[in-house]
Design a protein around this ligand. Structure first.
Ligand code: ADP
Length: 443
């Protein structure tokens, strides 16, 4: 019980660690993705503003000849306030844009064209260090993308010629939409992160389940094996210690202790052999010798010795094999013989005197069935599901006397599985059980 709780704790800890690492990985992934998307959005927003500014720069630098005409045009949302009495050509700027013209000393030259924006823009000073550099300016809580250029003296527009021109584009809307986008991005990614975590949790559980199951089975197997090994060793140790206390006794005097010890040694031998078989097939290191063969070649050998054994125990052995010559299989003969020996041995062990043990065959579609039936003690429905498990014995005390470790059917099942066949048990009416081996026929 203690071992089981420890194991559960370990698997829970492992699951938690796995979940934690998935959680961090997802968080890093979503964060990176979010940062990339946000930066792309931001840079594409600034790109379009920068493009507008660039167009402004080009239009300023390539001013058409004035012929002393007054240049008019939209000056921004508040253009209507511009001083219309000014005879000088005015800087033109699209909606949301402002153009500030400074002379070399930093004096603002186009106050009149700024209208009511002047109250805000007057706070901007000429900073020659920023010449030709894109910059973001904040004036009285208003944000601008700006570029300062120096216009050549040859420029056709005397307003610009030889002066510093600061082209500014208001980016409050863009900043607002970037902030909105950022908020939506964070919320969306958080929701998807949570969904991904739930999915990861479900998937982890589904994927971990067979691993945990086989890990549990493995450790249970080791525990059971150790337990099975301990019992005969304790008996042998007891007998040997007892014999040591009687140094003057002869072998004949202690024949009983010696024979019990020998029995236990035999049990140990068969147990270690079985354990080895199971361990090897678990690691898939058992070499299988598949060959095309008829049932006759794997039925004869195991049946023959049982004829004598069963008859000597005053039980009846019936053999009704009708198809042993006319079909073929791809099987490892020795392994199938081993399965038949396990089934016949069990049928003999669990059938009382005067009972009948029968082996017969049957073709069911493309499957060949070999059935070992007995009129023995039978197996309850509940035990039918468990007897193929390792170390499972219905009646532990009785089976120990009859020599079983509960590994025979587990080995049989493993062998039949590697043949892509089936093995199952059903009731033999009116009493006893029937073990059915089903193998695919090779056409
Ligand atoms: P064992 O070596 O103990 O016989 P098996 O794996 O061969 O181990 O069988 C598991 C258990 O299934 C047995 O301990 C026994 O309780 C039950 N069993 C197997 N075959 C029969 C049978 N023919 N009749 C009744 N019980 C059986």
């Amino acid at each position: 019980m203690k071992i089981k709780t420890r194991q559960n704790k370990i698997t829970r800890r492992q699951q938690f660690r796995l979940f934690l690492s998935i959680m961090t990985t997802f968080a890093i992934l979503f964060l990176t993705l979010g940062i990339i998307i946000f930066n792309l959005f931001q840079s594409s927003t600034y790109k379009s503003i920068d493009k507008d500014i660039k167009e402004q720069v080009t239009s300023i630098r390539k001013q058409p000849k004035m012929n002393n005409q007054i240049q008019t045009g939209p000056q921004g949302p508040d253009r209507g306030d511009a001083d219309t009495g000014n005879k000088q050509p005015e800087p033109r700027a699209p909606f949301q844009a402002s153009i500030l013209v400074f002379d070399n000393s930093g004096k603002l030259l186009n106050k009149s064209s700024l209208g009511n924006r002047y109250s805000v823009l007057k706070n901007i000073n000429l900073n020659k260090k920023n010449l030709n550099k894109k910059q973001t300016l904040t004036v009285k809580k208003m944000n601008f993308r700006a570029l300062l250029i120096k216009v050549s003296k040859k420029n056709n527009n005397p307003m610009y010629a030889g002066h510093y021109v600061l082209i500014m584009q208001n980016i409050d809307t863009q900043i607002q939409s970037t902030a909105n986008f950022q908020r939506i991005l964070i919320i969306t990614f958080f929701i998807f992160w949570v969904i991904a975590l739930i999915l990861a949790y479900v998937l982890t559980r589904i994927n971990m389940f067979p691993i945990i199951k086989s890990w549990k089975q493995q450790s249970e197997f080791v525990n059971d094996a150790a337990h099975e090994l301990r019992t005969p060793l304790t008996i042998i140790q007891g007998k040997l210690e007892y014999m040591l206390t009687k140094p003057n006794k002869t072998i004949i005097d202690e024949a009983e202790s010696i024979s019990v010890s020998l029995d236990e040694v035999n049990r140990l031998n068969s147990l270690t052999n079985n354990l080895l078989i199971l361990a090897r097939s678990d690691q898939a290191t058992t070499k299988m010798d598949f060959e095309l063969t008829k049932p006759e070649f794997f039925l004869k050998d195991p049946i023959m010795p049982f004829k004598e054994i069963i008859n000597s125990q005053s039980k009846v052995f019936q053999i009704n094999l009708n198809h042993k010559d006319d079909i073929h299989f791809n099987v490892d003969r020795d392994k199938i013989k081993q399965v038949l020996i396990i089934l016949l041995d069990n049928a003999t062990k669990y059938t009382p005197e005067n009972g009948t043990i029968r082996i017969y065959d049957h073709i069911e579609g493309s499957k060949y069935q070999i059935i070992v039936s007995d009129t023995g003690i039978g197996i309850s429905d509940n035990d039918k599901k468990k007897i193929f498990g390792r170390f499972y014995r219905v009646d532990k005390s009785r089976n120990r006397n009859s020599g079983g470790h509960g590994l025979g059917l587990a080995i049989a099942q493993q062998i039949i599985n590697t043949h892509h066949g089936k093995i199952f048990v059903r009731d033999n009416l009116p009493t006893g059980s029937e073990f059915v081996i089903e193998l695919p026929i090779k056409h």
